[in-house]
Design a protein around this ligand. Sequence first.
Ligand SMILES: Nc1ncnc2c1ncn2[C@@H]1O[C@H](COP(=O)(O)OP(=O)(O)OP(=O)(O)O)[C@@H](O)[C@H]1O
Length: 119
Amino acid sequence: MWNSYLGKRLKGCGYAFKGALLLLRHEASIQVQAVIGIIMTVAGFYFEISTTEWILQIFAIGLVMSIEGLNTAAEEIADFVHPDFHNKIGFIKDVAAGAVFFAAFTAVIIGCIIYIPKF
Ligand SMILES: Nc1ncnc2c1ncn2[C@@H]1O[C@H](COP(=O)(O)OP(=O)(O)OP(=O)(O)O)[C@@H](O)[C@H]1O
């Protein structure tokens, strides 16, 4: 029983990892965010940011990429269930994009708080 429980959890991790790779391979917006994340990581080493700043920065990068992944999932479901134009589909896609906006805005504020004092 424990074996099958562990096996299922490991399989779940495998699917999640596959999903992360799919996002990185096929989603332009996630690719851009990943590149920005790498640039910010290099900047973090260059400016020798503190442990708290690292935590905030890593959290911001993860937050934006996670919400973008969910936005992609929402768009895919919307296109699958209703490929034609519909106001409701437009609303669903707009609010999903709005969620990414909140995350990105938060990340920009965090970035400003960390880096503006260093210039
Ligand atoms: N089927 C539809 N019905 C109504 N409005 C739509 C529909 N598809 C897209 N839209 C409108 O166009 C906007 C952009 O949709 P789209 O699916 O191209 O998203 P996108 O953010 O450009 O996607 P991607 O992340 O793939 O670049 C939506 O936010 C919505 O306002």
